[in-house]
Design a protein around this ligand. Structure first.
Ligand SMILES: NC(=O)c1ccc[n+]([C@@H]2O[C@H](COP(=O)([O-])OP(=O)(O)OC[C@H]3O[C@@H](n4cnc5c(N)ncnc54)[C@H](OP(=O)(O)O)[C@@H]3O)[C@@H](O)[C@H]2O)c1
Length: 292
């Protein structure tokens, strides 16, 4: 067994996988956030061949990116250089080393009109970030070379203070918030970071190829998830917090957000036998830790 190459092991998703596998089972790279036991790699200025030797790894998961829509659109040239130019060169270099890339793409390749997307639905991104990810997807799909594309839904964790969906709301609520504002028209199918890591491992172990949606089992609007979180706090004796519903368009964002990017993960589940955590259980786990 070779080690899994985690490109961007210092990312929020990568750290989870790196913590699980460690340097005995994985090679992890970081750029600015040093990782004990990891290797420094800047995809814009370096070739991966400077960091890894042939035969060290058979599969690489590519997590490194600028994954923030607002940051991508703030400097389109800089984000294009990282998310497209360096990415396609990195993929070519991996093939040159006999390594199969597993590319982390996004729910934002969709325009958000239809929702409940399956892998055969047409990707029509309206965000620059989504267009950059789709450019790499198209490059992989046209290559005729081994690859897998995992389109991640919104990823959440269950560690208090991790800054993801539920933990951020719980921190606000426990921090004394008395009112919250939340979009009722943004729909997605969030996925637990542990399930993301497990899916990456199963895709690599089974040497799966093609596109897979990596999402939770259910679609929710953001407001429903917030209400679910606050209701769990009320059940534990905390005061009810008033929520003001609004539209995602009410936030002053540089690009209009796609409204319904929910995806279906049946193809991945059939291929891997995965079972996905549901948000209700995740909130429970988080609250047990946060209130311990
Ligand atoms: N999180 C989500 O909800 C979500 C949803 C859909 C898709 N995704 C995709 O999943 C992947 C991971 O997302 P994330 O949120 O975990 O990312 P993140 O925490 O923002 O981390 C970004 C990663 O990219 C690395 N990086 C940035 N510029 C680099 C460069 N020039 N050379 C090498 N590495 C560089 C960073 O390294 P340093 O920090 O060490 O500089 C870090 O490891 C991304 O591809 C993202 O598009 C994430």
């Amino acid at each position: 067994m070779t080690k899994l190459l985690i490109l961007g092991a210092s990312s929020s998703v990568g750290r989870h996988l790196w913590t699980r596998l460690g340097p005995d089972q994985a090679i992890g790279t970081y750029r600015s956030h040093e990782l004990a036991g990891g290797r420094r790699f800047d995809s814009v200025t370096q070739s991966i061949a400077q960091v890894i030797r042939p035969g060290e790894s058979s599969h690489a998961v590519i997590l490194l990116a600028d994954p923030q829509p607002d940051s991508c659109v703030k400097d389109p040239q800089v984000s294009h250089r990282l998310n497209v130019v360096a990415m396609t060169r990195l993929v070519e270099d991996l093939w040159g080393l006999g390594i199969t890339p597993i590319f982390a793409s996004t729910e934002f390749v969709f325009d958000g009109v239809k929702g409940d997307y399956v892998e055969t639905d047409e990707a029509r991104p309206i965000l620059l970030y989504g267009r950059q990810k789709k450019e790499v997807e198209d490059f992989l799909l046209a290559s005729g070379k081994p690859h897998a594309i995992l389109r991640f839904a919104k990823v959440y964790g269950t560690e208090p203070g991790d800054g993801t969906l539920f933990s951020a709301w719980i921190a606000q609520a426990l921090g004394g918030a008395t009112a919250m504002r939340c979009a009722a028209d943004q729909v997605f199918s969030p996925v637990h970071v542990g399930d993301v890591g497990e899916a990456i491992l199963r895709v690599a172990e089974r040497d799966l190829g093609g596109i897979y949606h990596l999402s939770g089992n259910q679609r929710f609007n953001r407001l429903e998830l917030l209400e679910m979180t606050l209701a769990a706090l009320v059940r534990r004796g905390y005061p009810r917090i008033a929520v003001e519903p609004c539209s995602i368009d009410d936030f002053n964002l540089p690009e209009r957000r796609p409204k319904d990017v929910s995806m279906r993960a049946e193809k991945l589940i059939a291929a891997t036998g995965m079972t996905m955590m549901n948000p209700e259980d995740a909130i429970d786990v988080l609250l047990r830790k946060a209130l311990a």
